[in-house]
Design a protein around this ligand. Structure first.
Ligand code: AGP
Length: 626
């Protein structure tokens, strides 16, 4: 998962590339670099263009310092921020990379699985390569192919890219500039996202994701596998994997630039946690009527017959999206008679259970680019399942491969740790569950309206929690020295405990694990002592009493207990060491409220520890490799 950006136009490209990389840094940030080709103004000049490559280990800010101290300029360039796959985090492995004769320069996001055999096949001896990357081999192969096709402008490069696409195995988003083709940038995409746009004022851009393009245009084109794009000051042209030129559909992105900056917050993650009331409103708008009835027919034009023909529903995801799916599972099973299976995508794709036209397969992915989730979706689709994407990115690979889409409408999520998209996923999955139950007539109207009306109240209740952040901050101060945490929950509080533990470990690097509360006595209780805080998600519901026993068991081992409880519930006051109360709601809806204190707790602990909250070590926002 790397960030790629390219620009060609009338402005000095360096600032544009740096800003673009900064907006994509959530995709990977262990090293960064840019290449600028400064062609002579006079097209007939015999002067060779100057190719400047500036790159290094560290973040985009470090690259910017390098550029400030030794400025370069030009009107076209490409940039890359890396999450290392092949080769360690070193300057020489940082992108961009050139071929051995420096005919061209390129950046790459993805993994080419057959690069070793390609390197062996190429005439250049292995030791002549500067880096350990697959990318340098791609550059050398492309250069060889380009030379073979005559080194002429455009047709040769298109032919070379068509041939390259056939030779590479794996995933790749490539952005290329050739020294002898002034005024053009080429893109080739397979498996890793690439989006292109044209500002209409002689500026064309490409990027791994839309935040880098939004400042110039909201009208973009998502490349599909095999697509080749040529960008120039005149516009964009496209060829398919067979080298035939064709037109691509444009997509209007209804996000604006302000959404991709921090809006005065110290971190994107805190901004996005505080946007969750608005996200709930946006995800329910035009889907949930004031009286609490659900209607998704505009987005999911399913008939009763189709819905009744399904024997099972699979919900497949990774990470936080998987935990949102587990919450939804416990709701769905109360209102439908469907056989429900929820699984992590990296397991689902290797298991052997019935999937076919009688299966509704739901794939939950805020980015729509997670490799494991895409692989699982392709398997289910190949076996005839009806595939639905619950995603935040309308032009994502997942959204373009499935039969139906339900958008989160959460706006761009830049923080690597998912927060508002978790909230949006739960809301959309609950609405989907109600919609399916209505079609299959397993839901009474009164019950639908009761749930629906309470869902409409959730944004206000989430916002009342957000007004109490100082209480969470104080809790974080109390426990930021701990090196191990145990999170517990029963029923639909168990996936909330899983999500709370994930948030804490991924941004504070403190070991945190979650268990179904009833499981604690089957082993994890051995961990407990005064140094191991236990976070118990225990809203007022029919499992509250059972969870109370687990709190007593933890207290008996002198573990400090932090409880997330319902307002008005005093039963824990004399037992838990710290209690955070959330507003009362229907038990089936409690995850919408109990998760927010856990998100804030993770945030403030990480802040106290001085961690890089928006770009935690070793992580990337979208895991586009397996
Ligand atoms: C969540 O905080 C993590 N960044 C990670 O677990 C994430 O949820 C997972 O990689 C799935 O991403 P997706 O929703 O884009 O598929």
């Amino acid at each position: 998962m790397c960030g790629i950006v390219g620009y060609i136009g009338h402005r000095n490209v360096v600032d544009i590339l740096v800003k673009g990389l900064q907006s994509l840094e959530y995709r990977g940030y262990d090293s960064a670099g840019i290449a600028v080709v400064d062609y002579p103004e006079d097209k007939n000049s015999i002067k060779a263009p100057a190719v400047h490559i500036v790159k290094g280990v560290g973040k985009v800010a470090d690259l910017k310092s390098m550029l400030d101290s030794s400025p370069v300029s030009g009107r076209q360039g490409i940039g890359h921020t890396r999450w290392a796959t092949h080769g360690g985090v070193t300057e020489v492995n940082a992108h961009p990379h050139s071929d051995l004769s420096s005919k061209l320069v390129l950046v790459h996001n993805g993994i080419v699985e057959n690069y070793r055999e390609l390197r062996a096949e190429l005439a250049a001896p292995a030791e002549s390569y500067k880096s350990e990357t697959d990318t340098e081999v791609i550059a050398q192969l492309l250069s060889t192919l380009y030379t073979k096709y005559g080194g002429e402008e455009r047709p040769a490069m298109i032919e070379a890219l068509v041939a390259l696409h056939k030779r590479l195995r794996g995933s790749f988003a490539l952005v290329i500039m050739a020294k002898d083709i002034p005024g053009k940038i080429y893109c080739l995409r397979k498996g890793s996202p690439l989006v292109v746009g044209f500002s209409g004022e002689g500026e064309a851009l490409c990027a791994s994701d839309v935040p880098a393009i939004l400042p110039y245009t909201q009208d973009v084109v998502y490349l599909d596998d095999g697509d080749i794009a040529e960008l120039s000051a005149e516009g964009m042209r496209f060829w398919n994997a067979s080298g035939e030129e064709f037109e691509k559909n444009h997509v209007h992105i209804d996000w604006d630039v302000s959404m991709v900056d921090k809006g005065g917050y110290p971190h994107f993650m805190l901004k996005e946690i505080n946007e969750q009331g608005a996200v709930l409103r946006s995800s329910m708008a035009k889907r949930l009527a004031e009286e609490g009835t659900v209607d998704l027919s505009a987005e999911l034009p399913w008939t009763k017959e189709e819905a009744c023909a399904w024997k099972r529903i699979h919900i497949v995801a990774c990470g936080t999206s998987y935990y949102a799916s587990l919450v939804a599972e416990r709701f769905l099973e109360t209102i439908t008679d469907l056989d429900i299976r929820v699984d992590v995508a990296s397991e689902y794709r290797y298991r052997n259970f019935p999937v076919g036209p009688d299966t509704l397969a739901v794939f939950v992915s805020q980015s729509g680019e997670t490799a494991d989730t895409l692989a699982a979706e392709r398997l289910a689709k190949a076996r005839g399942a009806r595939c639905l994407a619950v995603t935040n990115v309308i032009g994502s690979t997942l959204a373009r491969e499935v039969d139906d889409i339900l958008q989160l409408k959460a706006g761009p999520e830049i923080g690597v740790a998912a927060t508002k998209t978790f909230m949006g996923q739960m809301a959309v999955l609950y609405l989907l569950s109600l919609y399916i139950a209505k079609l299959r007539e397993t839901l009474t109207g009164d019950y639908e309206r009761t749930i629906g009306r309470e869902m409409l109240a959730l944004p206000y209740k989430v916002e009342s929690i957000l007004q109490q952040q100082e209480k969470i901050q104080k809790l974080a101060v109390l426990h930021s020295e701990a090196r191990d945490f145990l999170f517990l929950g029963r029923g639909n509080s168990f996936p909330v405990a899983l999500e709370g533990a994930l948030k804490l470990k991924e941004i504070s690097y403190i070991h945190a694990e979650a268990y179904a509360a009833g499981e604690m006595k089957h082993g994890p209780i051995a961990l407990l002592d005064p140094r191991v805080p236990v976070v118990v998600v225990s809203p007022k519901d029919d499992l509250h009493e059972k969870t109370f026993s687990n709190i007593l068991e933890a207290k008996a081992r002198k573990a400090p207990v932090i409880a997330i409880a319902s307002e008005g519930d005093a039963s824990l006051d004399s037992t838990a060491d710290n209690i955070f109360h959330v507003p009362v709601t229907l038990p089936l809806l409690s995850p919408f409220l109990t998760v927010t204190p856990l998100q804030l707790f993770a945030y403030y602990v990480a802040k106290i520890l001085g961690c890089d909250i928006d770009q935690p070590r070793n992580l990337a926002k979208s895991v586009t490799v397996e």
